[in-house]
Design a protein around this ligand. Structure first.
Ligand code: NAP
Length: 331
């Protein structure tokens, strides 16, 4: 039987308010996109989730299509909820999403009310839950009226199947319209989930200022650039790494000399701060006011431990920030 660490909430500074909402999120959240599917080791996945919860991570992020096969990460997490975390449901913020391809035919992707509501019902079934804490629209739909998609999110909350709603992969223009519609529907948007890391800074120009102004939280995904912003690839491409064994989104050709040159220089700055590169990459995001929590992935419990260690030093001296800017500015 799993007994979570009694000291998991010992550090209140680990939690930050999500925008202008009533809910706080841990500075590090765990995503179950990779390494939690039906093809992966269930016991390893379970060990990662247990370690995360022991360290005070209360937020676990899923989507209908996480696996492979699609749906299996929710099934696996549902199993862990039953066996390990049943007594702790009210300590958890569990999110899921719909937006990408999920089932065959015209109703299994994008942003119709038909797809979103059916998908949420399926997710609840796989997770074995009555409600999720956050239900996201996973990506914009260029064809469905935004009013219909936002109406479906608001309906999910009104029907008790979700407590809050979120947007993912929306640019600032669409986000601004969506926030207004959601507000009019009486379901303010809790959080936005964009891709954002030291190596991919698109949200900085417009999205982050908008979220701050509107009081919406921000949870950057792939904050370690899928592993590139870590020491994972300094000695070649390990067989058990994402680039080494799962060619879906990170392939060996993405681990370029230019990326390695940059990350080695960043690693030197991190070492001088007494951090690993992963820790500094996360601290750099969390040093910004607009950011609520960094949404990491992990293939081992030790990686979660390392990432949570980032929260011990979120402060950057101006010279450190300048050195990082200079490294990031090089081609
Ligand atoms: N909304 C969206 O469209 C969207 C898209 C993508 C992801 N997401 C969410 O974001 C979550 C995180 O995405 P991600 O997995 O790409 O995030 P990430 O944190 O950028 O990358 C995670 C990978 O980095 C490596 N890693 C993590 N911590 C490490 C450490 N301390 N030292 C060395 N290596 C470390 C591991 O790679 P190895 O596996 O090689 O060990 C791990 O699998 C997903 O699970 C999902 O919930 C959302």
């Amino acid at each position: 039987m799993y007994l979570p660490s009694a000291s998991r909430y010992a550090n209140p500074a680990l939690y930050r308010r999500c925008g202008r909402s009533g809910v706080k999120l841990p500075l590090i959240s765990l995503g179950l996109w990779h390494n939690f599917g039906g093809v992966d080791s269930y016991e390893n996945a379970r060990a990662i989730v247990r370690r995360a919860f022991d360290l005070g991570i209360t937020h676990f992020d899923l989507a209908n299509n996480y696996g492979p096969p699609a749906g299996s990460a929710e099934e696996n997490f549902g199993r862990m909820l039953r066996t390990d975390l049943a007594a702790h449901r009210d300590e958890l913020i569990i999110s899921t999403k719909a937006g990408y391809d999920m089932w065959a035919g015209p109703y299994g992707d994008f942003g119709s009310r038909k797809y979103l509501i059916s998908s949420l019902d399926q997710s609840l079934c796989r997770l074995g839950l009555d409600y999720v804490d956050i239900f996201y629209h996973h990506r914009p739909d260029p064809e469905t009226p935004l009013e219909e998609t936002m109406g479906a999110l608001a309906h999910a909350v009104r029907s008790g199947k979700a407590l809050y709603v979120g947007l993912s992969n929306y640019d600032h223009v669409l986000t601004s319209r969506a926030l207004q519609i959601l507000r009019e529907l009486g379901t303010p948007c809790l959080i936005h989930q964009p891709r954002y890391s030291m190596l991919d800074r698109w949200p900085e120009a417009n999205l982050l200022p908008l979220l701050e102004k509107e009081g919406v939280g921000c949870i950057p995904f792939s904050p370690l650039a899928k592993g590139l912003l870590t020491n994972r690839y300094f000695e070649g491409i390990p067989a058990d790494s994402r680039a080494g064994h799962d060619p879906r989104f990170l392939r060996p050709e993405h681990v370029t000399d230019a990326v390695l040159e940059k990350t080695r220089q960043l690693d030197a700055v991190a070492k001088a701060r007494g951090q690993t590169l992963a820790q500094m990459a996360l601290a750099w995001l969390l040093n910004q006011k607009a950011i609520t929590t960094a949404l990491i992935g992990a293939s081992k419990p030790a990686q979660v431990e390392d990432c949570v260690g980032a929260t011990k030093n979120l402060h950057f001296a101006p010279e450190e920030l300048a050195a990082i800017e200079q490294i990031l500015a090089t081609a």
